[in-house]
Design a protein around this ligand. Structure first.
Ligand code: GMT
Length: 376
Protein backbone atom coordinates (compact mmCIF):
# COMPACT_ATOMS: atom_id res chain seq x y z
CA UNK A 1 0.00 0.00 0.00
CA UNK A 2 0.96 3.65 -0.35
CA UNK A 3 0.34 5.33 2.98
CA UNK A 4 0.62 9.00 3.97
CA UNK A 5 1.37 9.58 7.67
CA UNK A 6 1.11 12.89 9.50
CA UNK A 7 2.12 13.43 13.11
CA UNK A 8 3.75 15.94 15.42
CA UNK A 9 7.41 15.42 14.58
CA UNK A 10 8.64 16.52 18.01
CA UNK A 11 9.21 14.53 21.20
CA UNK A 12 5.89 13.06 22.31
CA UNK A 13 4.12 9.74 22.40
CA UNK A 14 1.89 10.24 19.36
CA UNK A 15 4.81 11.22 17.11
CA UNK A 16 6.84 8.26 18.34
CA UNK A 17 4.02 5.80 17.68
CA UNK A 18 3.44 7.29 14.20
CA UNK A 19 7.14 7.15 13.34
CA UNK A 20 7.64 3.59 14.59
CA UNK A 21 4.48 2.55 12.73
CA UNK A 22 5.79 4.06 9.48
CA UNK A 23 9.15 2.30 9.89
CA UNK A 24 7.48 -1.05 10.61
CA UNK A 25 5.15 -0.66 7.62
CA UNK A 26 8.08 0.18 5.35
CA UNK A 27 9.91 -2.92 6.61
CA UNK A 28 6.86 -4.93 5.65
CA UNK A 29 6.98 -3.63 2.06
CA UNK A 30 4.64 -0.62 2.13
CA UNK A 31 5.62 2.78 0.71
CA UNK A 32 5.30 5.27 3.54
CA UNK A 33 5.15 9.04 3.01
CA UNK A 34 5.58 11.25 6.08
CA UNK A 35 3.98 14.67 5.60
CA UNK A 36 4.92 17.12 8.35
CA UNK A 37 6.68 20.42 9.10
CA UNK A 38 9.86 18.65 10.23
CA UNK A 39 11.48 15.25 10.01
CA UNK A 40 10.03 13.18 12.91
CA UNK A 41 12.78 12.68 15.50
CA UNK A 42 13.07 8.91 15.39
CA UNK A 43 12.70 8.67 11.61
CA UNK A 44 15.72 7.34 9.73
CA UNK A 45 15.32 8.70 6.22
CA UNK A 46 17.77 6.14 4.85
CA UNK A 47 15.22 3.38 5.48
CA UNK A 48 14.02 1.92 2.17
CA UNK A 49 10.46 2.89 1.22
CA UNK A 50 10.37 5.80 3.68
CA UNK A 51 9.74 9.22 2.12
CA UNK A 52 9.49 12.60 3.75
CA UNK A 53 7.55 15.61 2.41
CA UNK A 54 8.08 18.83 4.29
CA UNK A 55 5.21 21.25 4.80
CA UNK A 56 6.42 24.75 4.21
CA UNK A 57 4.28 27.40 5.88
CA UNK A 58 4.87 30.71 4.12
CA UNK A 59 4.49 33.78 6.24
CA UNK A 60 2.88 37.02 5.19
CA UNK A 61 2.64 40.23 7.23
CA UNK A 62 -1.13 39.82 7.38
CA UNK A 63 -0.84 36.40 9.04
CA UNK A 64 -0.41 36.83 12.74
CA UNK A 65 -0.85 33.06 12.92
CA UNK A 66 0.55 31.27 9.83
CA UNK A 67 -2.14 28.80 8.66
CA UNK A 68 -0.27 25.48 9.08
CA UNK A 69 -3.49 23.52 8.84
CA UNK A 70 -4.08 24.80 5.29
CA UNK A 71 -0.47 24.36 4.15
CA UNK A 72 -0.63 20.80 5.47
CA UNK A 73 -3.91 20.12 3.61
CA UNK A 74 -2.39 21.39 0.33
CA UNK A 75 0.69 19.25 0.76
CA UNK A 76 -1.38 16.18 1.68
CA UNK A 77 -3.47 16.55 -1.47
CA UNK A 78 -0.37 17.10 -3.62
CA UNK A 79 1.46 14.06 -2.21
CA UNK A 80 -1.67 11.90 -2.37
CA UNK A 81 -2.07 12.71 -6.06
CA UNK A 82 1.59 12.44 -7.08
CA UNK A 83 2.28 9.21 -5.21
CA UNK A 84 -1.18 7.66 -5.59
CA UNK A 85 -1.67 7.27 -1.85
CA UNK A 86 -4.24 4.70 -0.83
CA UNK A 87 -4.98 6.55 2.38
CA UNK A 88 -3.84 9.18 4.84
CA UNK A 89 -3.24 8.19 8.45
CA UNK A 90 -3.08 11.12 10.86
CA UNK A 91 -1.98 10.96 14.48
CA UNK A 92 -3.56 13.33 16.96
CA UNK A 93 -6.90 14.78 15.96
CA UNK A 94 -6.09 18.49 16.05
CA UNK A 95 -5.44 19.87 13.46
CA UNK A 96 -4.29 16.88 11.43
CA UNK A 97 -7.66 15.31 10.75
CA UNK A 98 -9.12 18.63 9.62
CA UNK A 99 -6.25 19.00 7.14
CA UNK A 100 -6.82 15.44 5.94
CA UNK A 101 -10.52 16.14 5.48
CA UNK A 102 -9.69 19.23 3.38
CA UNK A 103 -7.21 17.23 1.28
CA UNK A 104 -9.91 14.61 0.76
CA UNK A 105 -12.35 17.27 -0.42
CA UNK A 106 -9.76 18.88 -2.70
CA UNK A 107 -9.34 15.56 -4.52
CA UNK A 108 -12.98 14.50 -4.37
CA UNK A 109 -13.70 15.13 -8.06
CA UNK A 110 -10.83 12.91 -9.12
CA UNK A 111 -10.79 10.18 -6.51
CA UNK A 112 -11.78 9.08 -3.04
CA UNK A 113 -8.99 9.51 -0.51
CA UNK A 114 -9.88 7.87 2.81
CA UNK A 115 -8.26 9.08 6.01
CA UNK A 116 -7.81 7.45 9.39
CA UNK A 117 -7.45 9.43 12.60
CA UNK A 118 -5.64 7.81 15.53
CA UNK A 119 -6.56 9.31 18.88
CA UNK A 120 -3.70 9.37 21.37
CA UNK A 121 -4.90 11.02 24.53
CA UNK A 122 -4.49 14.69 25.18
CA UNK A 123 -6.19 15.41 21.83
CA UNK A 124 -9.32 14.07 23.57
CA UNK A 125 -8.73 14.56 27.29
CA UNK A 126 -7.17 18.05 27.32
CA UNK A 127 -7.07 19.91 24.00
CA UNK A 128 -10.30 18.41 22.69
CA UNK A 129 -12.28 19.31 25.79
CA UNK A 130 -11.11 22.93 25.74
CA UNK A 131 -14.26 24.83 24.69
CA UNK A 132 -12.51 26.54 21.77
CA UNK A 133 -11.51 23.20 20.23
CA UNK A 134 -14.41 20.96 21.32
CA UNK A 135 -16.72 21.41 18.28
CA UNK A 136 -13.91 21.08 15.70
CA UNK A 137 -12.44 18.03 17.46
CA UNK A 138 -15.85 16.32 17.48
CA UNK A 139 -16.39 17.26 13.83
CA UNK A 140 -12.96 16.05 12.76
CA UNK A 141 -13.47 12.68 14.47
CA UNK A 142 -16.92 12.23 12.95
CA UNK A 143 -15.68 13.12 9.47
CA UNK A 144 -12.78 10.64 9.57
CA UNK A 145 -13.18 7.65 7.28
CA UNK A 146 -11.73 5.48 10.05
CA UNK A 147 -10.87 6.10 13.69
CA UNK A 148 -8.53 4.18 15.96
CA UNK A 149 -7.77 4.65 19.61
CA UNK A 150 -4.69 3.46 21.49
CA UNK A 151 -6.63 2.02 24.45
CA UNK A 152 -10.09 0.88 25.51
CA UNK A 153 -10.05 3.69 28.05
CA UNK A 154 -9.57 6.34 25.36
CA UNK A 155 -12.28 4.89 23.16
CA UNK A 156 -14.75 4.97 26.07
CA UNK A 157 -13.69 8.50 26.95
CA UNK A 158 -14.12 9.67 23.34
CA UNK A 159 -17.64 8.25 23.18
CA UNK A 160 -18.47 9.76 26.58
CA UNK A 161 -17.07 13.22 25.95
CA UNK A 162 -17.96 13.71 22.29
CA UNK A 163 -20.92 11.36 21.87
CA UNK A 164 -19.28 10.01 18.71
CA UNK A 165 -21.38 7.25 17.13
CA UNK A 166 -18.76 6.12 14.53
CA UNK A 167 -16.93 2.83 15.06
CA UNK A 168 -13.66 3.38 16.91
CA UNK A 169 -11.22 0.50 16.48
CA UNK A 170 -8.88 -0.02 19.43
CA UNK A 171 -5.35 -0.78 18.28
CA UNK A 172 -3.03 -0.60 21.24
CA UNK A 173 0.43 0.89 21.20
CA UNK A 174 3.37 -1.37 20.43
CA UNK A 175 7.10 -1.64 20.98
CA UNK A 176 9.91 -2.97 18.83
CA UNK A 177 11.04 -5.83 21.09
CA UNK A 178 14.32 -6.29 19.18
CA UNK A 179 15.34 -2.69 19.75
CA UNK A 180 13.95 -2.42 23.30
CA UNK A 181 15.40 -5.30 25.27
CA UNK A 182 16.89 -5.95 28.72
CA UNK A 183 20.54 -5.30 29.50
CA UNK A 184 21.20 -7.53 32.48
CA UNK A 185 24.85 -6.45 32.85
CA UNK A 186 23.82 -2.76 33.08
CA UNK A 187 27.46 -1.79 32.51
CA UNK A 188 26.65 1.75 31.37
CA UNK A 189 24.92 2.41 34.71
CA UNK A 190 28.22 3.19 36.46
CA UNK A 191 28.41 6.52 34.59
CA UNK A 192 25.44 7.71 36.65
CA UNK A 193 25.79 5.48 39.68
CA UNK A 194 29.54 5.05 40.33
CA UNK A 195 28.99 3.71 43.85
CA UNK A 196 26.58 1.04 42.61
CA UNK A 197 23.41 3.00 43.52
CA UNK A 198 20.18 1.62 42.06
CA UNK A 199 18.98 3.61 39.05
CA UNK A 200 15.47 4.98 38.64
CA UNK A 201 14.32 6.58 35.41
CA UNK A 202 11.58 8.93 34.28
CA UNK A 203 10.97 9.94 30.65
CA UNK A 204 8.44 12.50 29.47
CA UNK A 205 7.77 15.87 27.92
CA UNK A 206 7.78 17.48 31.40
CA UNK A 207 4.25 18.82 31.06
CA UNK A 208 2.05 19.31 34.17
CA UNK A 209 0.12 16.08 33.43
CA UNK A 210 3.36 14.13 34.03
CA UNK A 211 3.80 15.38 37.64
CA UNK A 212 7.60 15.40 37.33
CA UNK A 213 8.00 16.92 40.83
CA UNK A 214 6.54 13.70 42.22
CA UNK A 215 9.58 11.87 40.82
CA UNK A 216 11.90 14.08 42.86
CA UNK A 217 9.82 13.61 46.01
CA UNK A 218 9.71 9.84 45.46
CA UNK A 219 13.50 9.75 45.13
CA UNK A 220 13.85 11.74 48.37
CA UNK A 221 11.72 9.12 50.16
CA UNK A 222 13.48 6.17 48.53
CA UNK A 223 16.91 7.47 49.50
CA UNK A 224 15.95 7.26 53.18
CA UNK A 225 16.12 3.48 52.71
CA UNK A 226 18.23 2.66 49.62
CA UNK A 227 21.05 4.51 47.81
CA UNK A 228 19.46 5.44 44.48
CA UNK A 229 20.04 7.82 41.58
CA UNK A 230 17.34 9.19 39.27
CA UNK A 231 17.65 9.79 35.52
CA UNK A 232 15.23 12.43 34.24
CA UNK A 233 15.00 12.17 30.45
CA UNK A 234 13.20 14.75 28.32
CA UNK A 235 12.43 18.41 28.54
CA UNK A 236 9.47 20.72 28.83
CA UNK A 237 7.84 23.48 30.87
CA UNK A 238 8.18 21.74 34.27
CA UNK A 239 11.88 20.96 34.01
CA UNK A 240 13.10 24.13 35.76
CA UNK A 241 10.67 23.84 38.70
CA UNK A 242 11.74 20.22 39.00
CA UNK A 243 15.45 21.11 39.08
CA UNK A 244 14.63 23.79 41.66
CA UNK A 245 12.80 21.28 43.87
CA UNK A 246 15.74 18.86 43.64
CA UNK A 247 18.07 21.61 44.94
CA UNK A 248 15.60 22.58 47.66
CA UNK A 249 15.37 18.97 48.88
CA UNK A 250 19.18 18.76 48.60
CA UNK A 251 19.11 15.72 46.36
CA UNK A 252 20.16 17.42 43.14
CA UNK A 253 23.45 15.50 43.00
CA UNK A 254 21.45 12.28 43.01
CA UNK A 255 19.51 13.27 39.87
CA UNK A 256 20.81 13.55 36.29
CA UNK A 257 18.69 15.70 33.99
CA UNK A 258 19.62 14.30 30.58
CA UNK A 259 17.32 16.43 28.39
CA UNK A 260 15.94 15.11 25.12
CA UNK A 261 17.57 11.88 24.00
CA UNK A 262 17.35 10.23 20.61
CA UNK A 263 18.21 6.70 21.70
CA UNK A 264 16.20 6.03 24.83
CA UNK A 265 16.44 2.30 24.12
CA UNK A 266 20.09 2.56 25.22
CA UNK A 267 19.30 4.37 28.49
CA UNK A 268 16.10 2.69 29.75
CA UNK A 269 17.65 -0.80 30.25
CA UNK A 270 20.20 0.68 32.68
CA UNK A 271 17.48 1.38 35.23
CA UNK A 272 15.87 -0.88 37.83
CA UNK A 273 12.52 0.89 37.94
CA UNK A 274 10.57 3.46 35.92
CA UNK A 275 8.65 6.26 37.63
CA UNK A 276 5.46 7.31 35.83
CA UNK A 277 3.45 9.32 38.40
CA UNK A 278 1.17 10.96 35.78
CA UNK A 279 -2.19 12.54 36.48
CA UNK A 280 -3.45 10.73 33.40
CA UNK A 281 -2.10 8.45 30.68
CA UNK A 282 -4.32 7.11 27.93
CA UNK A 283 -1.82 4.32 27.44
CA UNK A 284 1.63 5.12 28.87
CA UNK A 285 3.95 4.14 26.02
CA UNK A 286 7.03 4.68 28.15
CA UNK A 287 5.85 2.02 30.62
CA UNK A 288 5.64 -0.44 27.73
CA UNK A 289 9.13 0.52 26.53
CA UNK A 290 10.40 0.01 30.10
CA UNK A 291 8.74 -3.40 30.44
CA UNK A 292 10.25 -4.52 27.14
CA UNK A 293 13.63 -3.51 28.59
CA UNK A 294 13.05 -5.48 31.82
CA UNK A 295 12.57 -2.30 33.84
CA UNK A 296 9.69 -2.42 36.33
CA UNK A 297 7.17 0.46 36.15
CA UNK A 298 5.91 2.09 39.34
CA UNK A 299 3.04 4.15 37.98
CA UNK A 300 -0.33 5.65 38.79
CA UNK A 301 -3.56 3.75 38.42
CA UNK A 302 -5.06 6.00 35.75
CA UNK A 303 -6.56 5.94 32.25
CA UNK A 304 -5.32 3.11 30.05
CA UNK A 305 -2.31 2.18 32.23
CA UNK A 306 -4.02 -0.87 33.81
CA UNK A 307 -4.59 -2.24 30.28
CA UNK A 308 -0.82 -2.57 30.09
CA UNK A 309 0.55 -2.92 33.62
CA UNK A 310 -0.87 -5.62 35.90
CA UNK A 311 -0.49 -4.44 39.49
CA UNK A 312 1.75 -6.74 41.50
CA UNK A 313 2.64 -8.89 38.49
CA UNK A 314 4.74 -6.77 36.15
CA UNK A 315 4.57 -3.37 37.86
CA UNK A 316 2.90 -1.41 40.62
CA UNK A 317 -0.02 1.02 40.30
CA UNK A 318 -0.74 3.50 43.08
CA UNK A 319 -2.88 6.61 43.54
CA UNK A 320 -2.07 9.93 41.86
CA UNK A 321 0.02 12.07 44.20
CA UNK A 322 0.52 9.25 46.70
CA UNK A 323 4.26 9.74 47.02
CA UNK A 324 4.58 7.49 50.05
CA UNK A 325 2.89 4.52 48.38
CA UNK A 326 4.90 4.91 45.16
CA UNK A 327 8.16 5.32 47.08
CA UNK A 328 7.34 2.26 49.23
CA UNK A 329 6.86 0.19 46.05
CA UNK A 330 10.20 1.35 44.69
CA UNK A 331 11.92 0.46 47.98
CA UNK A 332 10.22 -2.95 47.93
CA UNK A 333 11.58 -3.57 44.43
CA UNK A 334 15.08 -2.33 45.16
CA UNK A 335 15.46 -4.37 48.34
CA UNK A 336 13.94 -7.67 47.23
CA UNK A 337 15.99 -9.19 44.42
CA UNK A 338 13.63 -12.13 43.91
CA UNK A 339 10.61 -9.86 43.56
CA UNK A 340 12.48 -7.58 41.18
CA UNK A 341 13.61 -10.54 39.07
CA UNK A 342 10.09 -12.00 38.87
CA UNK A 343 8.51 -8.69 37.92
CA UNK A 344 11.01 -7.70 35.28
CA UNK A 345 10.74 -11.14 33.67
CA UNK A 346 6.93 -10.86 33.73
CA UNK A 347 7.11 -7.37 32.22
CA UNK A 348 9.35 -8.45 29.36
CA UNK A 349 7.18 -11.49 28.77
CA UNK A 350 3.93 -9.51 28.75
CA UNK A 351 5.38 -6.81 26.50
CA UNK A 352 6.58 -9.46 24.03
CA UNK A 353 3.42 -11.55 24.12
CA UNK A 354 0.91 -8.71 23.85
CA UNK A 355 2.51 -5.57 22.49
CA UNK A 356 5.45 -6.42 20.20
CA UNK A 357 5.29 -4.84 16.75
CA UNK A 358 4.58 -8.19 15.10
CA UNK A 359 1.37 -8.50 17.16
CA UNK A 360 0.07 -4.98 16.51
CA UNK A 361 1.21 -3.88 13.03
CA UNK A 362 -0.92 -6.54 11.28
CA UNK A 363 -3.94 -5.00 13.05
CA UNK A 364 -3.17 -1.66 11.39
CA UNK A 365 -2.66 -3.37 8.03
CA UNK A 366 -6.02 -5.10 8.35
CA UNK A 367 -7.72 -1.86 9.34
CA UNK A 368 -6.17 -0.07 6.35
CA UNK A 369 -7.57 -2.78 4.04
CA UNK A 370 -11.01 -2.57 5.69
CA UNK A 371 -11.13 1.22 5.36
CA UNK A 372 -9.83 1.30 1.76
CA UNK A 373 -12.22 -1.46 0.67
CA UNK A 374 -15.18 0.23 2.34
CA UNK A 375 -14.26 3.55 0.69
CA UNK A 376 -14.20 1.89 -2.74
O1 GMT B 1 1.95 12.36 26.94
C1 GMT B 1 1.78 13.36 26.23
O2 GMT B 1 1.43 14.44 26.64
C2 GMT B 1 2.03 13.21 24.77
C3 GMT B 1 0.90 12.53 24.12
C4 GMT B 1 1.05 12.61 22.64
O3 GMT B 1 0.04 12.46 22.01
O4 GMT B 1 2.11 12.82 22.07
O5 GMT B 1 0.84 11.18 24.65
C5 GMT B 1 -0.33 10.46 24.52
O6 GMT B 1 -0.05 9.50 23.51
C6 GMT B 1 0.85 8.46 23.86
C7 GMT B 1 1.08 7.57 22.64
O7 GMT B 1 -0.09 7.01 22.18
C8 GMT B 1 0.29 7.67 25.06
O8 GMT B 1 1.17 6.63 25.41
C9 GMT B 1 0.15 8.63 26.24
O9 GMT B 1 -0.43 7.94 27.33
C10 GMT B 1 -0.74 9.82 25.85
N1 GMT B 1 -0.67 10.81 26.93
C11 GMT B 1 -1.73 11.09 27.69
O10 GMT B 1 -2.80 10.55 27.59
C12 GMT B 1 -1.48 12.13 28.73
Amino acid sequence: MNVGITCYPTYGGSGIVATELGLELANRGHEVHFISYANPIRLDLETPRIHYHEVDVSTYPLFQYPPYCLALASRMAEVAESYELDLLHVHYAIPHSISAMLAQQMLARKRNLPFITTLHGTDITLVGTDRSYFPITKFSIEQSTGITSISDYLRARTVDVFGVANEIRVIKNFVNCDLYHPDDAKKGASVYAPAGEKLLIHLSNFRPVKRVNDCVRILAEVRKHVPAHLLMVGDGPDRSPCEYLARELKIDRHISFLGKQNHVERIIPLAHALLMPSDLESFGLVALEAMACGVVPVATNVGGVPELVTHGEDGFLEGVGDIEAQAARVVQLLTDDDLHYRMRKAGRWNASARFCSDKIIPQYEKYYRDVVNAAR
